[in-house]
Design a protein around this ligand. Structure first.
Ligand code: DX5
Ligand code: ZN
Length: 225
């Protein structure tokens, strides 16, 4: 599905890292029924980030369900040597790959490698990287992901400096490139992040940390309205 067709102005992406893996399919289906269409899938390799999370094997199990409802899976690669995973992610039903600016030598070349697999592509950057440097390197990407936490774990606190970093990124990036924010996004801060120029919001704890997942998803949607 072409990238432009995924996004309904803005998207709230449940981060499956926050799910209860004993009930992964059930939880994803509940969110699909609540009209959620873009899911965020965090791959951590135990090197670029401390935890080993999950990878293409789990992606392959969950993607048919998401596709059946017309949804897509946005894969956040918190890994060293990300290009190694582009082909397995595409084969397992991922629609995009977002790799870290800090993890590659050549951003443009890595973007090209993702396009070869017909994947949409994002460039993520950590709190210590400068938004302008990332924007200058990411001209051919579909998404730039501004981390609002140090990557690795769900459930960390949103860094207040993110607002200004998103604003700086918006000024430095072409308008057709989506800004995504990941880490500590909640119903309390999502509108302010949107006002700084972001359109894609990843939410782990704000959805999966609650009893009623569809209600938690709708609460975020309403906070943007
Ligand atoms: C962790 C991941 C995030 C994480 C977000 O570094 O990249 O996607 O699941 O979880 P919350 O929303 O709880 O910060
Ligand atoms: Zn993520």
């Amino acid at each position: 599905m072409p990238w432009q067709d995924w996004i309904r102005t803005v998207e709230i992406e449940p981060s499956l890292y926050g799910a209860d893996f004993a009930q992964l399919g059930t939880q994803v289906e509940q969110l699909l029924r609540a009209e959620c269409r873009v899911f965020h899938f965090d791959v951590g390799d135990g090197h670029f980030v401390e935890p080993i999370t999950f990878g293409p094997v789990v992606l392959n199990s969950i993607s048919p369900l998401v596709h059946r409802y017309g949804g897509v899976i946005d894969v956040h690669l918190m890994v060293e040597n990300p290009a190694k995973y582009f082909e397995p992610v595409a084969a397992a039903g991922g629609s995009s790959v977002t790799f870290h600016y800090e993890a590659v030598e050549d951003v443009a070349e890595t973007i090209r490698a993702a396009r070869e697999q017909e994947l949409q592509v994002g460039v993520a950057f950590n709190p210590e990287s400068e938004p302008e440097d990332v924007a200058a390197a990411s001209g051919d990407a579909d998404i730039v992901l501004c981390m609002a936490i140090n990557p690795g774990y769900s459930g960390q606190e949103f860094m207040e400096a993110t607002y200004d970093r998103v604003r700086r990124l918006r000024l430095a990036l072409a308008n057709n490139i989506h800004i995504q924010v990941d880490g500590g996004v909640s119903a309390e801060n999502i509108k302010q992040i949107y006002d700084c120029g972001a359109t894609l919001f990843v939410a782990g704890t704000a959805i999966f940390g609650r009893e009623d997942l569809p209600r938690a998803y709708r609460r975020l949607v309403q906070a943007l309205a």
